[in-house]
Design a protein. Structure first.
Length: 468
């Protein structure tokens, strides 16, 4: 058992800490945010992640997972300290490392024993080297605080699985002692067959950025192909499947849609482009991935405009606010971006999400939305139903009921959840990404006649739609 401290109880720190406790280590998760620590000590979570509440509670009961509002106390006796604080983008797109260096100073000033400080936060290449220099310059502690890099590859919505059954473990270390301590920390996973990549500090940092940037590029690439498929009459889903069966390409991240979002892909790709520019290099492919992603959001608005024959005065029902299903994370959410663009075009927006409404309300655009109690309440009286986040409950809608509740029978399925024939048979004019539109009963998008509203006893009353 290794004594571990996690500095930061955000997404990475809490999930990783709980998983290390599950592997048998004693973990203290520390944070200066009293609201987070109070929630965790009372058995609640500061964010939604499937299975995490049970994992936290189980390991709290075992005495292997504790929470502390005093980071200095948490690191004093730790063998391993992880820096898992945020590195948000600054005004110029570069990563803000102020929290990383504050955590480093805290460790240098408060650790009592030999300690391994591990950079878990995503930070530009060279950050770990600077942390070593910072420690060496503080109180002579450089002799017994060593620095290593161990990037995270968590996937929100399936974070526990990706933490306990990762594709790989990356270790950036400069001594045998640091490498061995990290290997011991992950021993149950390596014994189960997880590959371990051991390299220097800079390569470990670059692996994280290069991985996220590549995945973002893959998404932008399939979105451009999907746009071309619509023009030539091809089916982007079939094209993606045919591509993905090639072992050199693989099927993941080949799903056309409104573009990537979240806390990692946009931020990390932008930071890598900026970092390269500081080194006198232009990352043209990475920059293009960002440009395509921005253009894809605009294209979704044009698609909606064309389907409705104009957006001004229209009421748009948006299903999904989180950037992906099974999370309440709305950071750089495509749905909120689209909602803001709809509003700017003169439309009104009513939205629903199973988990993310609270977080959405806290954003600038979220304050301007109406919120519905469910997908059918959102659809009632709307001119279009737009699926932006592919939550499981949106995959099984009664499409005939939805068509009857809509003022205009228009669906924009931006995640290609439904088959066009299925939607048209239900009375919908169907529009998606990567396939030609299918219009029911010979209708044209600019001349959609208002549908007769079908009320039934099971439909939520309109009163359940409220303003944010």
């Amino acid at each position: 058992m290794i004594r571990v401290s996690m500095l930061g109880t955000g997404y990475v720190g809490l999930v990783t800490g709980a998983c290390f406790a599950e592997l048998g280590h004693h973990v203290t998760c520390a944070d200066v945010d009293a609201s987070k620590i109070n929630l965790l000590q009372s058995g609640q979570l500061p964010f939604h992640e499937p299975g995490l509440a049970e994992l936290v509670e189980r390991n709290r009961a075992r005495g292997r997972l504790t929470f502390d509002l005093e980071p200095a106390r948490a690191v004093a006796e730790a063998q391993v300290v992880f820096i898992s604080v945020g590195t948000p983008p600054g005004p110029d797109g570069s990563a803000d490392l102020s929290a990383v260096f504050a955590a480093c100073a805290l460790v240098a000033d408060n650790t009592r024993n030999r300690c391994l400080l591990i950079q878990k936060s995503t930070a530009p290449v060279g950050t770990a080297r600077r942390l070593k220099e910072e420690i060496a310059a503080r109180n002579g502690h450089g002799a017994h605080v060593e620095v290593a890099v161990n990037p995270e590859f968590l996937r929100e919505g399936s974070a526990i699985e990706t933490c306990l059954k990762p594709d790989r473990i990356v270790i950036g270390a400069e001594s045998d002692a640091a490498e061995q301590l990290l290997r011991e920390l992950y021993l149950p996973l390596s014994r189960a067959g997880t590959p371990v990549v051991v390299t220097n500090l800079e390569s470990a940092e670059m692996i994280k950025y290069a991985s996220n940037c590549f995945l973002a590029t893959k998404i932008s690439y399939i979105n451009e192909i999907a746009d071309l498929c619509e023009v030539v009459g091809a089916d982007a889903r079939v094209v993606a499947r045919g591509m993905g069966l090639d072992g050199r390409i693989g099927p993941k991240f080949l799903h056309a849609g409104p573009g990537f979002g979240g806390s990692c892909f946009p931020k990390d790709t932008q930071a890598l482009v900026r970092f390269a520019a500081e080194k006198g290099m232009e990352l043209r492919i990475a920059k293009a991935a960002l440009d395509v992603n921005h253009a894809q959001r605009e294209r979704m608005v044009r698609k909606t405009d064309e389907a409705l024959g104009g957006l001004r005065g229209r009421r748009i029902a948006v299903l999904g606010l989180a950037f992906k299903p099974n999370t309440d994370d709305v950071r750089d959410s495509p749905a909120l971006d689209l909602a803001e663009r709809y509003l700017a075009c003169g439309a009104t927006v009513v939205a629903h999400d199973p988990e993310a409404i609270t977080n959405a309300r806290a954003t600038a655009v979220g304050k301007r939305l109406a919120y519905a109690s469910g997908p059918y309440a959102a659809a009632r009286g709307a001119d279009a139903l737009v699926i932006v986040t592919e939550w499981e409950q949106y995959r099984n809608l009664d499409l005939r009921r939805a068509a009857g509740l809509l003022r205009r029978p228009v669906m924009l399925d931006l995640r290609c959840v439904y088959e066009p024939e299925q939607a048209v048979a239900a009375g919908l004019d169907y529009h998606c990404v990567g396939r030609c539109s299918r219009l029911g009963a010979g209708r044209h998008p600019e001349a959609c006649a208002p549908a007769v509203s079908v009320e039934d006893s099971s439909a939520p009353p309109i009163a359940l739609v409220d303003q944010g």
